[in-house]
Design a protein around this ligand. Structure first.
Ligand SMILES: C[S@@+](CC[C@H](N)C(=O)[O-])C[C@H]1O[C@@H](n2cnc3c(N)ncnc32)[C@H](O)[C@@H]1O
Length: 365
């Protein structure tokens, strides 16, 4: 008889021997590659579009509740407990309750492994919440530290059931998918992509700082930074949308990244790249700025496009390059982005100047 996951420390059986990772459809092989490089003791098990499962290893290893493997392509990581199915949503929801037992959940996350299936997520979430004694009207976004019941929809009548403890920002979101919305006024989807990157990596560009983006047109990311009060320079041969171009704190340098004189990066607090070029060329553009001159931005947010998923084999080399430049990088495939990864990096042994002091210093106050 199960005692239920939420009451006290679950037994190993209840804790599950498999993790289920959600990922972008098509990214499963890249996810498995990252697992083999970072946690080879995990054994690949089943995978389907949008999910991959791994047996936890080595034998006897019982990961802590807030264990988040750094698989880059894993949007969320769930401790798998089994499956539920039924002739109706209510029957399947009752089976979920049998599987997990009683006890309170801080949040219920219901998400579809393949959003193209257009399954009735809200209806299923309500039925599971009622069956498990959870308030169906409660916020789906978990609080950090909260215990989350996960229902991963394979089809309308086949669900995988699991749990995780929320810790990282993305683990508070159902399926690890960013719940932010693109404002109608945004000039491109890159607005939302940057919004997610700031949330995922806990970055806070501050009003008065200077950001330079390589690959800026049509200007969604620059627009997001302008809204945060920054001074923004967009580097791109293509035209930036008038709504951004006309902003008093925006300047465009209409040229390619390599044509910008290095001394112009000297004051840069935030360096962003979002160029639709080979990732090796983006890395070369970053190396030029970070090693060729005196620029020492306090944050880097780099998009590296993956022309093929197999290019994910180069991620460790890219991360090493950031380290060789004196930065501590983190990589993640954002849920609002396409086939690309985002690397966010902070300088190792950051200076003591706070953003506000730096901005004041620049103004000569
Ligand atoms: C995905 S779009 C950028 C979207 C943009 N970040 C936004 O917020 O809307 C890619 C851009 O990279 C630019 N690009 C490609 N190669 C470049 C280079 N060598 N230097 C600067 N920009 C480049 C393209 O002109 C294109 O506008």
């Amino acid at each position: 008889m199960m005692t239920g996951i939420p009451s006290g420390k679950p037994s190993p059986r209840e804790r599950g021997q498999f993790v289920l990772c959600g990922c972008q459809g098509g990214g499963e092989a890249a996810l498995r590659l990252r697992q083999s490089e970072t946690l080879p003791a995990f054994a690949p098990a089943a995978w389907r579009r949008g999910v991959a499962t791994f047996r936890i290893g080595p034998a006897g290893f019982d990961p802590p509740d807030d264990f988040f493997p750094d698989f880059v392509f894993a949007r969320t990581v769930v401790r798998s407990l089994g499956q539920s199915s039924g002739s109706t949503v209510e029957v399947a929801a009752a089976r979920v309750r049998e599987l997990v037992g009683g006890g309170a959940w801080d949040a219920v996350h219901v998400w579809s492994r393949d959003p193209r299936g257009e399954l009735p997520v809200a209806e299923i979430r309500a039925a599971v919440a009622v069956a498990c004694g959870h308030d169906p009207a409660a916020d789906a976004v978990a609080r950090p530290g909260g215990l989350v019941l996960d229902i991963v929809l394979d089809s309308i009548d086949r669900w995988w059931v699991g749990w995780h403890r929320a810790g990282t920002p993305s683990s508070t979101w159902p399926g690890g998918v960013y719940p932010g919305r693109l404002p109608e006024s945004a000039v491109s989807r890159a607005w939302l992509k940057l919004d997610e990157a700031l949330a995922v990596f806990g970055l806070e560009p501050t009003a008065g700082e200077l950001a330079i983006e390589l690959g800026a047109a049509p200007g969604g990311a620059c627009q997001r930074l302008l809204e945060a009060g920054l001074e923004v320079i967009g580097v791109d041969a293509a035209l930036v949308d008038d709504r951004v171009a006309g902003h008093p704190r925006f300047t465009q340098w209409r040229m390619r990244a390599r044509e910008v004189p290095l001394k112009k990066f000297q004051r840069c607090d935030w360096l962003l790249t979002d160029m639709n070029i080979d990732p090796a060329s983006t890395m070369a553009a970053l190396a030029r700025v970070l090693t060729g001159g005196t620029a020492r931005p306090r944050g880097i947010i780099a998009t590296l496009k993956l022309p093929e998923w197999s290019r994910s084999a180069e991620i460790d080399g890219w991360l090493d390059a950031f380290r060789s430049w004196g930065y501590e990088p983190k990589a993640r495939q954002l849920s609002t982005a396409g086939r690309e990864i985002c690397i966010a990096a902070r300088p190792v042994g950051r200076g003591t100047a706070t953003p506000r002091r730096r901005a004041t210093r620049r103004r000569g106050e």
